[in-house]
Design a protein around this ligand. Structure first.
Ligand code: UTP
Length: 475
């Protein structure tokens, strides 16, 4: 560790001396807190990000004129497609049975839009019992373990802000029936926020305004935390990556994993066709022969709304942040040794900070810039990356906002519609509105059924069948 004097000097030399502006007023504990935080900050990196993303952002590095829609493996519809889906499912099941698959949840986000008081994974998401997102995923993993007679280690990336709360939540809930030693928590890295002149923002006199370095930080956090060593020791070859906000996700999907393995892919992604041109999903594209995701906000409007002759959006493959990565690829990108470093993106946000006198300021508008990496930026570096379609109604309903689209209400309704569809396939009709939403609340634990097949199988075994009433829980 550098001596305190040399750290302070380094900040002064880089025009960031104000970070230690209240040094003389701080007690010992506060000083060591500030020093520990500043040790994490790469000042050269901050200067570079200021120059390239704030002062002189320049044009996008993506050549928009070269963009082509990315091809994807379509959902099974025709007999030819059925065969490849069956082969993929068998290959994925084999990998699961052999214990080569780990689940990986990125849960380090700040969840500002939802505004829930606690880590997002602890949010009560289910329609009747109000079980948490973490419980839903844990039960899905337990169900898959029972199905494939295997152990699925679960890696959860947290942030400095929510790590202890997440660990405590799992231990207070008995790890939701999983073995404590199969659940691995590790913190992601963080970055300081800066103002529009590139000056590092202080959160208080003794702390920098730090925030998580984005879901793309997961690759280097896997390596730095030692999680990837743990995976390799356990013989894990495939990492099934999903976000903490989507309870419909198939945490480990045999067919998706199978496609990834059979095609020799290092990173594979799921897509859904966009519902309408302005839907705010990233677009899977090819740029100069490389698979890339272009964010909604970076894509020219003319391309977003371009139509094919058959009336479909040309760039319709939307990214829903579900990926499979090979462990070796995650290591190669995460340790930076290959010379590949994921780029940072800027996000203009409201950052709670202090003024020159040290008084706290809660900004009314965006006053700061945070730097984040995105995991999909790894795709162009992967060998044979593939995109595989999935069904929106069966796999995607995230909780992002407190109200409106992608909110707790829409997510609960999507869970209820799914249960009504499964009951229908099992031969039970229940009253729904024209969108398929039932008028009563029902909950199905993933341990009873986590997809149509497993649900119908369990339902058929029930004897006697329960009456379908408001508040029915199947577990
Ligand atoms: P979002 O982009 O939805 O961000 O994260 P968020 O932080 O959860 O919510 P807002 O934008 O503040 O409202 C997508 C996924 O990536 C994870 C989140 O936990 C979520 O699972 N994530 C995001 C991280 O793990 N770390 C990050 O630094 C950012």
């Amino acid at each position: 560790m550098d001596s305190e004097h040399s750290v302070i000097q380094r900040f002064k030399n880089n025009g960031q001396g104000h970070v230690f502006g209240f040094w003389d007023e701080l007690g010992d504990g506060e000083r060591s807190n500030l020093l520990a935080q500043t040790e994490e900050i790469g000042l050269g990196e901050i200067t570079h990000l200021y120059e390239t993303l704030i002062r002189n952002p320049g044009d996008s590095l993506i050549d928009m004129s070269e963009l082509k829609p990315a091809p994807f493996i379509k959902l099974e519809k025709s007999p030819g497609e059925e065969v490849i889906w069956t082969e993929a499912k068998l290959a994925g099941e084999e990998a699961l049975r052999s214990g080569e698959v780990a689940a990986f949840t990125v849960a380090g986000g700040q969840g500002t839009r939802l505004g829930f008081d606690g880590p997002k994974g602890t949010f009560p998401v289910t329609p009747v019992l109000r079980h948490s997102l973490f419980q839903v995923f844990a039960e899905k993993l337990r169900a898959a373990e029972a199905n494939y007679h295997c152990l699925i280690p679960w890696f959860i990336m947290t942030s400095h802000a929510n790590h202890e709360a997440i660990e405590a939540f799992f231990s207070d809930h008995g790890f939701f029936g999983l073995k404590p030693e199969q659940v691995h928590f590790f913190r992601q890295g963080r970055m300081p926020a800066v103002d529009h002149d590139g000056r590092i923002l202080l959160e208080s006199k003794s702390s920098v305004a730090m925030s998580p370095d984005g879901h793309g930080g997961s690759l280097r956090a896997l390596v730095r935390s030692g999680a990837i060593d743990t995976m390799e020791k356990a013989g894990i070859k495939v990492i099934s990556y999903f976000q903490v906000d989507n309870p419909l996700v198939h945490c480990v999907d045999a067919a998706f994993i199978g496609f990834h393995l059979l095609r020799g892919s290092e990173m594979s992604s799921r897509m859904i066709p966009k519902a309408y041109s302005d839907e705010k999903l990233g677009h899977f594209c090819y740029e100069n022969g490389k698979l890339v995701v272009i964010e909604y906000s970076d894509m020219p409007t003319a391309l977003i709304s371009r139509m094919d002759a058959d009336g479909q959006l040309t760039f319709r493959a939307g990214s829903i942040a579900i990926h499979v990565l090979s462990t070796a690829f995650a290591r190669r990108l995460g340790d930076g040794g290959s010379g590949i470093v994921l780029p940072f993106h800027r996000a203009d946000k409201k950052v709670v900070t202090i003024d020159e006198d040290g008084n706290s300021v809660a900004p009314g508008a965006a006053n700061g810039i945070k730097f984040e990496m995105f995991v999909f930026d790894a795709l162009p570096f992967a060998k044979n990356p593939i995109v595989v379609e999935t069904s929106r109604i069966d796999e995607f309903s995230p909780v992002k906002n407190a109200e409106g689209v992608d909110s707790p209400r829409t997510c609960q309704e999507d869970q209820l519609r799914q249960i009504a569809r499964w009951l229908h396939v099992a031969g039970v009709s229940i009253e729904t509105d024209e969108t398929g939403l039932p008028s009563i609340g029902i909950e199905v634990s993933p341990l009873f059924g986590y997809d149509e097949d497993t649900f119908v199988r369990s339902w058929q075994m029930l004897d006697p069948k329960p009456r379908i009433v408001d508040g029915l829980v199947l577990k």
